[in-house]
Design a protein around this ligand. Structure first.
Ligand SMILES: Nc1ncnc2c1ncn2[C@@H]1O[C@H](COP(=O)(O)OP(=O)(O)OP(=O)(O)O)[C@@H](O)[C@H]1O
Length: 311
Protein backbone atom coordinates (compact mmCIF):
# COMPACT_ATOMS: atom_id res chain seq x y z
CA UNK A 1 0.00 0.00 0.00
CA UNK A 2 1.73 3.07 -1.27
CA UNK A 3 1.20 6.28 -3.23
CA UNK A 4 3.80 7.20 -5.81
CA UNK A 5 3.53 10.68 -7.30
CA UNK A 6 5.75 11.30 -10.33
CA UNK A 7 6.31 14.65 -12.04
CA UNK A 8 2.71 15.69 -11.51
CA UNK A 9 1.60 19.02 -12.99
CA UNK A 10 -1.75 20.74 -12.48
CA UNK A 11 -2.40 23.99 -14.25
CA UNK A 12 -5.37 26.32 -13.97
CA UNK A 13 -6.01 29.16 -16.42
CA UNK A 14 -3.41 31.53 -15.02
CA UNK A 15 -1.36 29.55 -12.54
CA UNK A 16 0.63 26.32 -12.25
CA UNK A 17 -0.86 25.10 -8.97
CA UNK A 18 1.33 21.95 -8.88
CA UNK A 19 4.60 22.02 -10.75
CA UNK A 20 6.37 18.74 -11.49
CA UNK A 21 5.97 17.25 -8.05
CA UNK A 22 7.36 13.80 -7.13
CA UNK A 23 7.17 11.98 -3.80
CA UNK A 24 6.02 8.74 -2.18
CA UNK A 25 3.73 8.13 0.79
CA UNK A 26 4.32 4.82 2.56
CA UNK A 27 1.91 2.56 4.35
CA UNK A 28 1.19 3.48 7.97
CA UNK A 29 2.86 6.87 8.03
CA UNK A 30 1.56 10.30 8.90
CA UNK A 31 2.63 12.50 6.01
CA UNK A 32 2.17 16.25 6.39
CA UNK A 33 1.91 18.82 3.62
CA UNK A 34 2.97 22.28 4.65
CA UNK A 35 2.98 25.44 2.63
CA UNK A 36 1.68 29.01 2.53
CA UNK A 37 -1.74 29.89 1.08
CA UNK A 38 -1.78 29.08 -2.59
CA UNK A 39 1.17 26.65 -2.39
CA UNK A 40 -0.86 23.96 -4.16
CA UNK A 41 -1.73 21.64 -1.24
CA UNK A 42 -5.47 21.38 -1.96
CA UNK A 43 -4.83 21.03 -5.70
CA UNK A 44 -2.57 18.07 -4.92
CA UNK A 45 -5.03 16.53 -2.47
CA UNK A 46 -7.85 16.78 -5.04
CA UNK A 47 -5.75 14.78 -7.49
CA UNK A 48 -4.88 12.13 -4.88
CA UNK A 49 -8.58 11.64 -4.14
CA UNK A 50 -9.45 11.45 -7.86
CA UNK A 51 -11.57 14.60 -7.75
CA UNK A 52 -9.39 16.12 -10.49
CA UNK A 53 -6.77 14.63 -12.83
CA UNK A 54 -3.14 15.73 -13.34
CA UNK A 55 -2.41 17.57 -16.63
CA UNK A 56 0.76 15.50 -16.85
CA UNK A 57 2.75 13.10 -14.72
CA UNK A 58 1.51 10.05 -12.84
CA UNK A 59 -0.18 9.12 -9.61
CA UNK A 60 0.07 5.47 -8.74
CA UNK A 61 -1.80 4.03 -5.76
CA UNK A 62 -1.07 0.40 -4.88
CA UNK A 63 -3.68 -1.26 -2.70
CA UNK A 64 -4.24 -4.95 -2.06
CA UNK A 65 -2.07 -5.86 -5.09
CA UNK A 66 -4.11 -3.59 -7.36
CA UNK A 67 -3.05 -0.31 -9.00
CA UNK A 68 -5.18 2.84 -9.19
CA UNK A 69 -4.58 6.36 -10.50
CA UNK A 70 -6.12 7.88 -7.36
CA UNK A 71 -7.20 6.53 -3.96
CA UNK A 72 -10.44 4.61 -4.61
CA UNK A 73 -13.47 5.80 -2.65
CA UNK A 74 -13.88 2.52 -0.79
CA UNK A 75 -10.40 2.88 0.75
CA UNK A 76 -10.59 6.60 1.49
CA UNK A 77 -11.56 8.75 4.46
CA UNK A 78 -11.58 12.39 3.42
CA UNK A 79 -11.89 15.66 5.29
CA UNK A 80 -12.35 18.15 2.43
CA UNK A 81 -11.33 21.79 2.46
CA UNK A 82 -14.98 22.78 2.11
CA UNK A 83 -16.76 21.00 4.90
CA UNK A 84 -20.20 19.57 4.20
CA UNK A 85 -22.48 18.24 6.92
CA UNK A 86 -26.20 18.70 7.51
CA UNK A 87 -26.62 21.51 10.05
CA UNK A 88 -30.30 20.75 10.72
CA UNK A 89 -29.66 17.08 11.53
CA UNK A 90 -28.40 15.80 14.87
CA UNK A 91 -24.75 14.91 15.46
CA UNK A 92 -25.52 11.18 15.52
CA UNK A 93 -27.72 11.32 12.40
CA UNK A 94 -24.92 13.07 10.49
CA UNK A 95 -22.38 10.46 11.60
CA UNK A 96 -24.61 7.48 10.86
CA UNK A 97 -25.64 8.90 7.48
CA UNK A 98 -22.05 9.37 6.28
CA UNK A 99 -20.95 6.01 7.72
CA UNK A 100 -23.78 4.29 5.83
CA UNK A 101 -22.76 6.07 2.64
CA UNK A 102 -19.40 4.42 3.21
CA UNK A 103 -20.96 0.99 3.48
CA UNK A 104 -21.44 0.53 7.24
CA UNK A 105 -24.58 -0.93 8.78
CA UNK A 106 -26.64 1.37 10.99
CA UNK A 107 -25.79 -0.62 14.13
CA UNK A 108 -22.03 -0.64 13.44
CA UNK A 109 -22.15 3.06 12.55
CA UNK A 110 -23.88 3.96 15.82
CA UNK A 111 -21.44 1.88 17.82
CA UNK A 112 -18.39 3.51 16.18
CA UNK A 113 -19.97 6.97 16.39
CA UNK A 114 -20.40 6.62 20.15
CA UNK A 115 -16.79 5.51 20.59
CA UNK A 116 -15.44 8.51 18.67
CA UNK A 117 -17.84 10.99 20.28
CA UNK A 118 -16.60 9.90 23.68
CA UNK A 119 -12.97 10.35 22.65
CA UNK A 120 -13.78 13.91 21.56
CA UNK A 121 -15.86 14.74 24.68
CA UNK A 122 -18.99 15.05 22.61
CA UNK A 123 -21.15 12.30 24.11
CA UNK A 124 -23.49 14.84 25.70
CA UNK A 125 -24.10 16.46 22.32
CA UNK A 126 -25.00 13.21 20.52
CA UNK A 127 -28.64 14.16 19.87
CA UNK A 128 -28.19 17.92 19.48
CA UNK A 129 -28.63 19.59 16.13
CA UNK A 130 -25.24 20.01 14.50
CA UNK A 131 -25.75 23.74 14.01
CA UNK A 132 -26.08 24.24 17.79
CA UNK A 133 -22.46 23.12 18.28
CA UNK A 134 -19.52 25.53 18.29
CA UNK A 135 -17.42 25.74 15.12
CA UNK A 136 -14.68 23.68 16.76
CA UNK A 137 -17.06 20.95 17.86
CA UNK A 138 -18.62 20.81 14.39
CA UNK A 139 -15.10 20.37 13.06
CA UNK A 140 -14.61 17.42 15.41
CA UNK A 141 -17.83 15.81 14.11
CA UNK A 142 -16.56 16.34 10.57
CA UNK A 143 -13.29 14.61 11.48
CA UNK A 144 -15.21 11.64 12.82
CA UNK A 145 -17.23 11.34 9.58
CA UNK A 146 -13.91 11.07 7.71
CA UNK A 147 -12.74 7.99 9.63
CA UNK A 148 -15.79 6.27 11.11
CA UNK A 149 -15.71 3.54 8.45
CA UNK A 150 -12.03 2.76 9.23
CA UNK A 151 -10.60 3.51 5.78
CA UNK A 152 -7.05 2.46 4.86
CA UNK A 153 -6.16 5.97 3.66
CA UNK A 154 -7.15 9.17 5.41
CA UNK A 155 -6.69 12.55 3.77
CA UNK A 156 -7.35 15.52 5.97
CA UNK A 157 -7.30 19.01 4.50
CA UNK A 158 -6.54 21.36 7.42
CA UNK A 159 -7.75 19.19 10.33
CA UNK A 160 -6.63 21.78 12.93
CA UNK A 161 -8.40 24.77 11.44
CA UNK A 162 -10.96 26.45 13.67
CA UNK A 163 -9.83 24.58 16.79
CA UNK A 164 -8.47 26.10 20.00
CA UNK A 165 -5.12 24.83 21.35
CA UNK A 166 -6.73 22.25 23.66
CA UNK A 167 -8.74 20.77 20.80
CA UNK A 168 -5.75 20.92 18.46
CA UNK A 169 -3.98 18.66 20.95
CA UNK A 170 -6.98 16.32 20.82
CA UNK A 171 -6.60 16.12 17.06
CA UNK A 172 -2.95 15.15 17.58
CA UNK A 173 -4.10 12.28 19.82
CA UNK A 174 -6.80 11.42 17.26
CA UNK A 175 -4.18 11.20 14.50
CA UNK A 176 -1.93 9.03 16.65
CA UNK A 177 -4.90 6.74 17.18
CA UNK A 178 -5.56 6.50 13.43
CA UNK A 179 -1.97 5.45 13.00
CA UNK A 180 -2.31 2.80 15.71
CA UNK A 181 -5.39 1.50 13.90
CA UNK A 182 -3.18 0.98 10.85
CA UNK A 183 -4.46 3.88 8.74
CA UNK A 184 -2.14 5.91 6.53
CA UNK A 185 -2.70 9.62 6.98
CA UNK A 186 -1.90 12.49 4.66
CA UNK A 187 -2.78 15.90 6.04
CA UNK A 188 -2.29 19.52 5.13
CA UNK A 189 -1.87 22.08 7.87
CA UNK A 190 -0.55 25.48 8.86
CA UNK A 191 -0.01 24.62 12.55
CA UNK A 192 3.69 23.87 12.62
CA UNK A 193 3.84 22.97 16.31
CA UNK A 194 1.22 20.26 15.80
CA UNK A 195 2.85 18.92 12.63
CA UNK A 196 6.20 18.73 14.42
CA UNK A 197 4.60 16.49 17.06
CA UNK A 198 2.94 13.90 14.86
CA UNK A 199 4.26 13.83 11.31
CA UNK A 200 6.58 10.98 10.34
CA UNK A 201 7.53 12.92 7.23
CA UNK A 202 6.88 16.45 6.11
CA UNK A 203 6.80 17.99 2.65
CA UNK A 204 7.02 21.77 2.40
CA UNK A 205 5.50 23.16 -0.79
CA UNK A 206 5.71 26.62 -2.27
CA UNK A 207 4.44 27.82 -5.64
CA UNK A 208 3.47 24.25 -6.56
CA UNK A 209 6.99 22.97 -5.96
CA UNK A 210 8.68 20.85 -3.32
CA UNK A 211 10.91 22.95 -1.06
CA UNK A 212 11.93 20.12 1.25
CA UNK A 213 10.84 16.62 2.16
CA UNK A 214 11.80 14.26 4.94
CA UNK A 215 11.63 13.60 8.65
CA UNK A 216 12.12 16.62 10.88
CA UNK A 217 15.70 15.45 11.51
CA UNK A 218 16.38 15.14 7.77
CA UNK A 219 14.89 18.56 7.11
CA UNK A 220 17.10 20.16 9.75
CA UNK A 221 20.02 18.50 7.95
CA UNK A 222 18.80 19.67 4.54
CA UNK A 223 18.72 23.27 5.73
CA UNK A 224 22.29 22.88 6.96
CA UNK A 225 21.74 21.82 10.58
CA UNK A 226 20.01 25.14 11.12
CA UNK A 227 20.33 26.62 14.56
CA UNK A 228 20.29 30.06 16.05
CA UNK A 229 22.77 31.73 18.33
CA UNK A 230 21.55 34.27 20.83
CA UNK A 231 24.28 36.66 22.04
CA UNK A 232 23.74 38.92 25.05
CA UNK A 233 26.01 41.93 25.72
CA UNK A 234 26.85 44.03 28.75
CA UNK A 235 26.41 47.36 26.93
CA UNK A 236 23.77 48.40 24.36
CA UNK A 237 24.72 47.75 20.72
CA UNK A 238 24.39 50.32 17.96
CA UNK A 239 22.37 48.95 15.04
CA UNK A 240 24.82 50.40 12.46
CA UNK A 241 27.81 48.75 14.14
CA UNK A 242 25.98 45.41 14.24
CA UNK A 243 25.09 45.72 10.54
CA UNK A 244 28.62 46.67 9.50
CA UNK A 245 30.31 43.89 11.53
CA UNK A 246 27.88 41.06 10.75
CA UNK A 247 27.26 42.18 7.15
CA UNK A 248 25.55 39.37 5.21
CA UNK A 249 25.21 37.00 8.18
CA UNK A 250 21.47 36.55 8.76
CA UNK A 251 20.76 38.32 12.06
CA UNK A 252 18.15 40.16 14.03
CA UNK A 253 18.53 42.54 16.98
CA UNK A 254 16.18 41.34 19.75
CA UNK A 255 16.69 44.41 21.98
CA UNK A 256 19.45 46.94 22.88
CA UNK A 257 21.74 44.31 24.34
CA UNK A 258 20.94 41.07 22.52
CA UNK A 259 20.89 39.72 19.03
CA UNK A 260 20.09 36.51 17.22
CA UNK A 261 22.21 35.06 14.42
CA UNK A 262 21.18 32.15 12.21
CA UNK A 263 23.94 29.56 11.97
CA UNK A 264 24.04 26.72 9.48
CA UNK A 265 26.58 24.61 7.60
CA UNK A 266 27.59 27.56 5.41
CA UNK A 267 28.50 29.75 8.39
CA UNK A 268 32.09 29.55 9.62
CA UNK A 269 31.69 29.29 13.39
CA UNK A 270 35.18 30.65 14.21
CA UNK A 271 34.55 33.70 12.09
CA UNK A 272 31.10 34.15 13.62
CA UNK A 273 32.40 33.93 17.17
CA UNK A 274 35.20 36.46 16.36
CA UNK A 275 32.63 38.88 14.98
CA UNK A 276 30.32 38.48 17.97
CA UNK A 277 33.25 39.15 20.33
CA UNK A 278 34.25 42.20 18.29
CA UNK A 279 30.82 43.76 18.91
CA UNK A 280 31.28 44.16 22.69
CA UNK A 281 31.59 42.47 26.08
CA UNK A 282 29.53 39.26 25.87
CA UNK A 283 27.40 38.23 28.85
CA UNK A 284 26.18 34.96 27.34
CA UNK A 285 26.10 32.98 24.12
CA UNK A 286 23.43 30.34 23.56
CA UNK A 287 22.83 28.04 20.63
CA UNK A 288 19.38 26.53 19.97
CA UNK A 289 18.05 24.39 17.16
CA UNK A 290 15.49 26.18 15.00
CA UNK A 291 11.98 24.80 15.30
CA UNK A 292 9.88 23.82 12.30
CA UNK A 293 8.16 27.21 12.25
CA UNK A 294 11.48 29.06 11.95
CA UNK A 295 12.82 26.61 9.37
CA UNK A 296 9.60 27.03 7.37
CA UNK A 297 9.79 30.83 7.33
CA UNK A 298 13.46 30.72 6.33
CA UNK A 299 12.87 28.12 3.61
CA UNK A 300 9.90 29.98 2.08
CA UNK A 301 11.87 33.25 2.04
CA UNK A 302 14.76 31.48 0.32
CA UNK A 303 12.35 29.90 -2.17
CA UNK A 304 11.35 33.34 -3.38
CA UNK A 305 8.53 34.49 -1.19
CA UNK A 306 5.01 33.87 -0.34
CA UNK A 307 2.12 33.16 -2.58
CA UNK A 308 1.25 31.35 -5.79
CA UNK A 309 -1.79 33.52 -6.38
CA UNK A 310 -3.66 33.39 -9.66
CA UNK A 311 -3.55 36.75 -11.46
N1 LIG B 1 -10.32 25.68 -9.49
C1 LIG B 1 -9.35 26.58 -9.63
N2 LIG B 1 -9.33 27.46 -10.65
C2 LIG B 1 -8.34 28.36 -10.81
N3 LIG B 1 -7.28 28.47 -9.97
C3 LIG B 1 -7.24 27.64 -8.92
C4 LIG B 1 -8.27 26.66 -8.68
N4 LIG B 1 -7.95 25.97 -7.56
C5 LIG B 1 -6.79 26.50 -7.10
N5 LIG B 1 -6.37 27.49 -7.91
C6 LIG B 1 -5.14 28.29 -7.76
O1 LIG B 1 -4.06 27.37 -7.65
C7 LIG B 1 -3.11 27.83 -6.69
C8 LIG B 1 -2.95 26.76 -5.61
O2 LIG B 1 -4.14 26.73 -4.82
P1 LIG B 1 -4.42 25.63 -3.71
O3 LIG B 1 -5.81 25.86 -3.21
O4 LIG B 1 -4.08 24.31 -4.23
O5 LIG B 1 -3.35 26.06 -2.58
P2 LIG B 1 -3.28 25.66 -1.03
O6 LIG B 1 -1.86 25.38 -0.75
O7 LIG B 1 -4.27 24.58 -0.75
O8 LIG B 1 -3.72 27.00 -0.32
P3 LIG B 1 -4.49 27.24 1.11
O9 LIG B 1 -3.49 26.95 2.19
O10 LIG B 1 -4.84 28.69 1.03
O11 LIG B 1 -5.70 26.35 1.11
C9 LIG B 1 -3.65 29.16 -6.17
O12 LIG B 1 -3.03 30.19 -6.93
C10 LIG B 1 -5.14 29.10 -6.47
O13 LIG B 1 -5.66 30.40 -6.68
Amino acid sequence: MKIIVENVVKEYATVKAVNSLSFTVNRGEIFALLGPNGAGKSSLVKMLTGFTKPDSGNIQVSLDDQQFDAIPNWALGYLPEDRGLYPEKSVIDNLVYFAQLNGMTKTAAKEQANIWLEKFDLTERTNDQLKSLSKGNQQKVQLITAVIHQPQWVILDEPFSGLDPVNQEKVVVFLQELKKLGMTVLLSAHQMAMVEKIADRIMLMNKGEQVFLGTLKEIVKQVGGANQIVAKYQEPLAAETVASVLQDLEHQQINDTSLRVVGNASVNLNLLSNKLTELGQLVSLQSQQLDLHQIYIQAIEQHGGQINEAK
